[in-house]
Design a binder for this molecule. Structure first.
Ligand code: PEP
Ligand code: MN
Length: 361
């Protein structure tokens, strides 16, 4: 498929666009006062675009599902008072119609909408003839084709100011972050759609304001063009996503601590490629440790069980079977016999040590 014609961020209606282009503001619009107070803070932090969710896609019912259309008037007030551009999420044609009617400047499509081609097509059809910037969040499942498909549907109706938002992917097992970043997916998106600007959403990746800085820095190291970060004047009292929001002042501080590396070095391509690959290695190392910890947890459960049933820690037959099976699997994957033996010996020894501790406790 030929490259899509996508305009870069300098074509967006922003006066002094600097890298990264930042969108900040609360997860949800709650009250007029809360919206205006947050907007003043965002303005004071030097951020040009104000976000606030008007319609909120919540995982479970009976949580706050957004204030609805009346919040659009508050966004108009933000624009009048502060001059900030405004951005909100749209999930269907009606939302598009209302947001465009209210003069919202930038729209985004949420992760729970990107998964659904019917919904994306409905939004695209409603946007035909309006060249407004639209950001597309990754789908909640790690499916690059689905993410690209949503961008293509919007492009096909004539939108050229498009960008992607990387907000991480759902996992069943609880991990360090609320949504697993799987950095290799946005990296591959950029490889396949090089002109598409990518924003990082560290708020929804981490789910935790204390982890925002590390993920934001990583996205800058990977050359993302923009950031969308949730910010609330009283984060603990936010009606949605309270744990991941931070005050506009704290956001300003976070942004000022970012290290933006020089992209004009003669070795730009080499540096970037190496950097990306090293990040992927770091990710895998983190995952390896997580997997090992999960394995160890089971070994400990077995330890308790052996203790209760008066069985010895070491069972030679079982250990022999593990080594034999792993040797065959490992060789198929191109590992040497020596490596597989060393690796499993080390893992096995650690399990024995931990089980013995349980036996003797
Ligand atoms: C949001 O940005 O507030 C939001 C609902 O995000 P996501 O679609 O990434 O869950
Ligand atoms: Mn949110």
């Amino acid at each position: 498929m030929k490259n899509l014609e996508i305009k870069d961020l300098s074509s967006w209606p922003i006066e002094h666009s600097t890298r990264p282009l930042v969108i900040g503001g609360p997860c949800s619009a709650e009250t007029e006062e809360q919206v205006l107070e947050a907007a003043r803070g965002i303005k004071a932090a030097g951020i040009p675009i104000f976000r606030a969710g008007i319609w909120k896609p919540r995982t479970r019912p009976n949580s706050f599902e957004g204030i609805g259309a009346k919040g659009l008037i508050w966004l108009q007030k933000v624009k009048e008072e502060t001059g900030l551009l405004t951005a909100t999420e749209v999930a269907n044609a009606r939302h598009v119609e209302l947001a465009l009617g209210a003069g919202v400047d930038i729209l985004w499509i949420g992760a729970r909408t990107t998964v659904n081609p019917f919904a994306v097509q409905e939004i695209a059809d409603a946007l035909r003839g309006h060249d407004i910037p639209v950001l597309v969040k990754n789908p909640i499942n790690p499916d690059l084709e689905l993410w690209m498909g949503a961008i293509e549907r919007l492009h096909a109706v004539g939108l050229t100011r498009l960008a992607a938002i990387h907000r991480g992917f759902s996992t069943y097992q609880k991990q360090k972050y609320r949504n697993d970043p799987q950095w290799q997916i946005p990296i591959e998106l950029k490889r396949r759609m090089p002109q598409l600007p990518i924003f990082c959403d560290p708020s929804h990746i981490t789910g935790d304001r204390d982890l925002l800085a590390e993920v934001t820095q990583k996205s800058m190291d990977l050359n993302y063009e923009g950031l969308i970060i949730e910010s609330h004047c009283k984060p603990e009292e936010a009606w949605s996503d309270a744990k991941q929001q931070l005050t506009p002042m704290a956001l300003k501080e976070l942004l000022s601590n970012l290290v933006l590396r020089d992209h004009d070095s003669s070795n730009e391509l080499v540096d970037n490629t190496l950097g990306e690959l090293r990040h992927l290695i770091d990710d895998f190392d983190e995952k390896l440790l997580e997997l090992l910890a999960n394995r160890m947890q089971i070994a400990k459960t077995i330890g308790h069980y052996k203790k209760e049933n008066n069985i010895t820690v070491l069972q030679n037959k079982r250990w022999g079977a593990i080594v034999e099976k792993s040797m065959i699997n490992g060789q198929k994957k191109g590992f040497s016999e020596q490596f597989i033996t060393n690796l499993f010996k080390a893992i096995h020894q650690e399990s024995i040590n931990q089980q013995e501790e349980i036996m003797n406790s």
